[in-house]
Design a protein around this ligand. Structure first.
Ligand SMILES: NC(=O)c1ccc[n+]([C@@H]2O[C@H](COP(=O)([O-])OP(=O)(O)OC[C@H]3O[C@@H](n4cnc5c(N)ncnc54)[C@H](O)[C@@H]3O)[C@@H](O)[C@H]2O)c1
Length: 367
């Protein structure tokens, strides 16, 4: 493919994506060996379970987490059980840009081959109190002493802004992974990879009563996935995939959450690890999303708004068929944008935007 001119999205050929994931196909764990995998929020739950699994298959796993004690202890245990000293814990706060930038830099430096093959944007919280307050605000009109305090939005800071920082850095590092090639459909294995895994949730596909911030953040991650998968494989050769787990009993739910959900058929950490391992191990999977659902009946799954693509499976593809529509829509928009960019160049576009904004500003001032 020829080098596109700056600002032009390479849409001349078609979008690169693979067909629906064959869940029944055995996972090629051999293709995990020797890969450097970075996981945010890797000290607990999904991240910790994936670390354990991928380390057992010969990957070098580097986790970052705000929980330094749990992360350090976990990595020490995994180093001991695998005999591999290339697993690392690095303190990380995903809400902080300097912390994330330093995390990626150190991870690449610690990687035996100097690069990163997979990034799992996984760190997340579900802060119940701030969600309750959001929907039940105080009577602001009656507060007189200056501006009222800002509402807490840590769920958005971590689950969305944190993921944006991770994604931005992942694109930078994965596209420059030494010895790696651009992803290709049909190429299922290789020594090096360029892979971003976005951890969304069922709450990114459907509303989640009582969790407005969490659902908004996860819908944001789904939007990010649906957008990046159209262009990132083309522009940077990075495959972008997503997982959307249903409720799973991990510390994020808190004791009450797990208790409330216990009778409702939860998904399992094992299924999450298996689905994510499939995405990691098969380099031919590009632009796909996997729902990890509960092992409930078909009827119950439908009642929850979860229509399975594959019967009797706890894991299935979602957005399997929307490429056609999205692709067409996006292609048209991109086509028009490219034409304008080519005709006027970036300088022209920015001057249009500036003109438009200043016109609006004058109008808002009553001129
Ligand atoms: N468990 C579920 O039911 C479920 C369902 C769908 C999606 N998810 C998503 O899966 C991901 C992992 O969740 P989990 O179930 O393993 O929960 P978990 O609480 O076990 O793990 C989350 C990890 O993120 C870390 N973390 C929190 N804030 C951080 C920050 N600012 N910087 C760095 N690390 C931070 C925590 O310390 C923890 O180790 C989250 O994004 C979550 O939203 C979970």
């Amino acid at each position: 493919m020829s080098q596109p001119q700056p600002g032009v999205i390479p849409y001349g050929s078609s979008v690169i994506y693979s067909g629906p994931v064959d869940i029944a196909r055995p996972i090629n764990h051999d293709n995990i060996r020797g890969k450097t995998i970075v996981i945010t929020g890797g000290a607990s739950g999904f991240g910790a379970a994936c670390l354990q699994e991928w380390a057992s298959h010969g990957a070098n796993v580097i986790i970052g987490d705000i929980n330094e004690k749990a992360g350090t202890e976990l990595v020490a245990r995994i180093r001991q059980s695998t005999g591999n000293q290339n697993h690392h814990f690095i303190p990380l706060d995903v809400t902080s840009w300097p912390s994330q930038a330093a995390f990626f830099k150190q991870a690449a430096r610690l990687s035996p081959h100097g690069g990163i093959d997979h990034v799992m944007a996984n760190a997340g919280i579900a802060d119940a109190p701030e969600q309750l307050v959001f929907e039940d605000p105080p009577d602001y009109a009656r507060m007189d002493d200056g501006p009222p305090p800002k509402p807490a939005m840590r769920t958005l800071d971590i689950n969305l802004n944190g993921v944006m920082y991770t994604t931005h850095l992942a694109i930078s590092y994965l596209s420059r992974n030494p010895g790696s090639e651009k992803c290709q459909v049909g190429k299922h294995s290789g020594t090096r990879d360029r892979h971003l895994i976005l951890v969304a949730s069922i709450a990114g596909l459907a509303g989640l009563a009582g969790q407005p911030l969490y659902a908004a953040a996860k819908h944001g991650v789904v939007g990010l996935f649906r957008t990046l998968r159209l262009t990132t494989p083309l522009k940077s050769g990075i495959r972008v995939n997503m997982i959307n787990p249903y409720f799973v009993d991990t510390p994020i739910l808190g004791p009450l959450g797990a208790f409330v959900m216990a009778g409702g058929g939860m998904a399992t950490v094992k299924s999450v690890v298996e689905a994510t391992s499939r995405l990691v191990a098969d380099q031919g999977i590009i632009g796909r999303a996997l729902v990890i659902g509960p092992n409930t009946s078909e009827e119950d799954a439908k009642a929850m708004g979860l229509e399975r693509a594959i019967e009797d499976q706890a894991v299935w593809d979602c957005y399997a068929h929307d490429f056609e529509q999205t692709d067409l829509f996006t292609r048209r928009i991109v086509g028009v944008t490219n034409l304008v960019t080519q005709a006027r160049g970036w300088v022209g576009i920015w001057s249009d935007i500036r003109k438009n904004l200043s016109r609006k500003l004058w109008k808002s001032m009553g001129y």
